[in-house]
Write a protein that binds this ligand. Sequence first.
Ligand SMILES: [Ca+2]
Ligand SMILES: [Ca+2]
Length: 101
Amino acid sequence: MDELHVMMVKQVKCNGDQGLTHGGGGHFTSADIDSDGRDEFLYPLGSNEIIALDNDAPDHILWRVSLSSTPDTPVIADIDNNNLAEIIACTSDGYLNVLKR
Ligand SMILES: [Ca+2]
Ligand SMILES: [Ca+2]
């Protein structure tokens, strides 16, 4: 399997007037982020990281990304319309983080 590299592409301050609030340390989500037809599990960790786990081997960490503070539940969307999913997560310091391959 090719290694999946995920990088931060955008960080937008999103607290205050925008009304986005969260307590940090969200819940897992699943999505097919590498377009192989099978979902991966994404877990936000209290240690400022999001990790992705293989659906078939949940003890195998596919990748991990460090963020500026504790991430909330990730949201998956193709926001640049290139047929590859981006990972979007708010962090407890009030930033909206967009991650992509
Ligand atoms: Ca997949
Ligand atoms: Ca995309």
